[in-house]
Design a protein around this ligand. Structure first.
Ligand SMILES: [Zn+2]
Length: 85
């Protein structure tokens, strides 16, 4: 399983409908929202087999605008030393 970030930009007037869709899809607890800070987007990180599968967690209202980004972690061995000696 890979991890995917889902970003759901939307207009202020669509918040309520969008949150209703997220709730109906069972993903309410997966999402964090910027709406009350005036940044109308919701973000979730979910586990999925593919980008297409991850996109199924995006509410239909914003499915065309949403960004789905596969995430990776870098490990200590991937970090180049800041100072070469
Ligand atoms: Zn909103």
């Amino acid at each position: 399983m890979d991890r995917y970030l889902i970003e759901t930009p939307h207009e202020a007037q669509d918040c309520q409908k969008l949150v209703q869709q997220v709730y109906a899809m069972g993903y309410l607890m997966n999402f964090d929202w910027g709406c009350k800070s005036g940044v109308h987007s919701g973000w979730a990180i979910i586990e999925a087999e593919s980008e297409d599968q991850a996109r199924l967690a995006v509410p239909p209202l914003v499915r065309s605008k949403a960004r789905v980004v596969k995430l990776v972690k870098f490990h200590a061995k991937d970090v180049k030393p800041l100072h070469k000696t």
